[in-house]
Ligand binder design. Structure first.
Ligand code: SF4
Ligand code: SF4
Length: 84
């Protein structure tokens, strides 16, 4: 009897920043090891350069940005479920 190998979980995450809440402090950039964020070169309506997720495919859902953001401007959610 053969045992079917389990498929690996391929999880990815959607990373959101509310540009109207972000104050451009850069804390998320400091904590995010996979370098998901940059500061936008364009001013937000608040008159700051907000964080923008530019490499969310690299996100490992560590949660550090979410916990560290002083403005609670970030949320990270599972993007897709694996096929099994
Ligand atoms: S930590 Fe929060 S407030 Fe600071 S740049 Fe990142 S998203 Fe904006
Ligand atoms: S959850 Fe972790 S890896 Fe994902 S964007 Fe935030 S700090 Fe980066």
């Amino acid at each position: 009897m053969s045992v079917k190998p389990k498929k690996k979980r391929a999880r990815s995450f959607a990373v959101h920043v509310d540009p109207d809440v972000c104050d451009g402090c850069g804390v998320c950039i400091f904590y995010c090891k996979p370098k998901v964020f940059i500061l936008s070169p364009e001013l937000s309506r608040r008159g700051v350069f907000p964080a923008v997720p530019v490499a969310e495919e690299a996100c490992n859902n560590c949660g550090l940005c979410d916990k560290a953001c002083p403005q609670l401007a970030i949320w990270v959610m599972p993007k897709e479920e694996d096929e099994s």
